[in-house]
Design a protein around this ligand. Structure first.
Ligand code: NAD
Length: 480
């Protein structure tokens, strides 16, 4: 691949600054392509187009069912080209092909799911008093901005784009600078439908430049952001200047809580999967293991054996674990390991760069299980974004809940027990947006609302809940 372009008003363009960003394959360090380094001026132009298109007669009178038909076409196009798109995602992010294929299918499912909703967005009638007809309208919010991270580039862009188009908005999207290629592919697919030009616009570029310009733009009506707490907070401050709403999905330090009566084999399998998927670079990764003291040694042994058996390789080799995204993230993980040692960690397995032959040029990190840290320690509290799980033990249900709730995050928790009453009791006490009982992920269903408590963010993506982000409510009262 060579130079790629941005997509604004149905046209493929470079940036006004005429500069480029290289995107690399994290498995080899090779340059895959160059994309325009979008500037504030590029963002201004894209927002202007999105605003004019939003207000245009064509888009305002576009039938909801027709929006749905377009979304169905996008789902079909993603599936028709799934193998090529998965390969592109694998090369750009490093993830194993099987995982990239699942991402493409999930992207198609988002378009399909929200396609069905396009003509089913209702208001309500509200009884007020005789002689007054009061009703609500759920209108599109306007120009929506989508700032996308690098861990699930196609999936995350698809989930919010599908919901935003279904509800009649226009879009300015920015993929992460490291992983822009499948976003460009999605723009190509949308370009091949009868979606009016200017509804979907894609600006590539750096976060501090194009991303910040989007966050602070007075012409944007809503921002959805997925990424780090620090950047999410910056996006929120930018949006606050113009009093614009944001939806923030900011990662976590999610626990798998293992009670002594659980199916240990299954729980151990999922504990491993939940931290290995996408090399642990998943906001909902199961990055803490809370194990009942009576089975701690036995259970950690099972997990350690499974982690040590994980096969590591390039995404295209399609083994269990691919590389970390880039050097910055890799160095960050090494720093975490240094701190863990200083904090008194015991490494049950891993903790180092993977030295397997053929992987020298990529950012490969060993699957790692850490024990012996204090629950309040830095490594036990912060999101590492790596195939690294930290283990703790508890005696009582109450202690399990306290440990689970004992970080600033609250995205996901897994509960493993055969005692149904206990499962629901614990689920009710955990401050997290999504609880899985005797599973972790439930197949990733696009139908399930997803988002955080505490510093994991607010607002919900996925499911019908996400439609609230992309609509604004109007109340109308008529006297008769
Ligand atoms: P980041 O949050 O900085 O990047 C995410 C997106 O935000 C990218 O598109 C980036 O270009 C954009 N961005 C960056 N700075 C911006 C700014 N000032 N204004 C507007 N947009 C901006 O993430 P990172 O630095 O690439 O990764 C650091 C850590 O963030 C990771 O180690 C991980 O802990 C966390 N993270 C979480 C998720 C998640 O899914 N929740 C995804 C990516 C990263």
């Amino acid at each position: 691949m060579e130079k790629q372009q941005m997509y604004v008003n149905g046209k493929w363009i470079g940036s006004v600054g005429k500069q480029w960003i290289k995107t690399k394959n994290p498995a080899t360090g090779e340059v895959l392509a160059e994309v325009p380094r979008g500037t504030k001026e590029d963002v201004d132009a894209a927002v202007k187009v999105a605003r004019e298109t939003f207000e245009s007669e064509e888009w305002q009178s576009f039938l909801p069912i027709e929006r749905g038909r377009i979304l169905h076409k996008v789902a079909d196009a993603l599936r028709a080209d799934a193998e090529k798109i998965a390969l592109l995602e694998t090369l750009d992010t490093g993830k194993p092909l099987t995982q990239a294929r699942k991402d493409v299918e999930a992207a198609a499912l988002y378009f399909e799911y929200y396609a069905g909703m396009a003509d089913k967005i209702f208001g309500e009638t509200i009884p007020v008093q005789p002689g007054i007809l009061d009703y609500t309208l759920r209108e599109p919010i306007g120009v929506t901005a989508h700032i996308v991270p690098w861990n699930y580039p196609l999936q995350i862009l698809s989930r919010s784009t599908a919901a935003a188009i279904a509800t009649g908005n226009t879009i300015v999207a920015k993929p992460a600078e490291d992983t822009p290629l499948t976003a460009i592919k999605l723009a190509e697919i949308l370009d091949g439908t009868h979606l009016p030009k200017g509804v979907f616009n894609l600006v590539t570029g750096y976060g501090a430049e194009a991303g910040a310009a989007i966050s602070e733009h007075p012409g944007v009506d809503h921002i959805t952001f997925t990424g780090s707490v620090q950047t999410g907070s910056a996006v929120m401050m930018g949006a606050a200047k113009n009093v614009k709403p944001v939806t923030l999905e900011l990662g976590g330090k999610s626990p798998n809580i293992i009670f002594e009566d659980c199916d240990q084999e299954e729980a151990a399998d999922w504990a491993v999967r939940s931290i290995i998927q996408n090399a642990g670079q998943t906001c909902s990764a199961g990055s803490r293991l809370l194990v009942q003291q009576s089975i701690k040694d036995e259970f950690l042994k099972k997990v350690t054996v499974k982690m040590a058996a994980i096969q590591i390789g390039k995404g295209i080799d399609d083994l269990d674990l691919g590389p970390i995204l880039n050097e910055k993230q890799f160095e960050r993980i090494l720093e975490f390991m240094t701190v863990a040692r200083e904090e008194g960690a015991t490494f049950l397995t891993g903790g180092e760069r993977e030295k397997k032959a053929g992987l020298e040029h990529g950012y490969f990190f060993q699957p790692t299980v850490i024990d012996g840290l204090a629950p309040g320690s830095y490594v036990a509290q912060e999101e590492i974004f790596a195939p690294v799980v930290v283990a703790f033990s508890f005696e009582t249900e109450q202690q399990a809940v306290e440990l689970a709730n004992g970080t600033d995050y609250g995205l996901v928790a897994g509960i493993w027990t055969k005692d149904g009453a206990r499962a629901h009791r614990v689920a009710s006490k955990i401050r997290a947006g999504q609880i899985f009982i005797n599973n972790y992920g439930a197949g990733g269903g696009v139908q399930m609302p997803f988002g955080g408590y505490k510093k994991s963010g607010f607002g919900r993506e996925k499911g019908l809940e996400a439609l609230r982000n992309y609509t604004i409510l109007k109340n109308v009262a008529l006297k008769y």
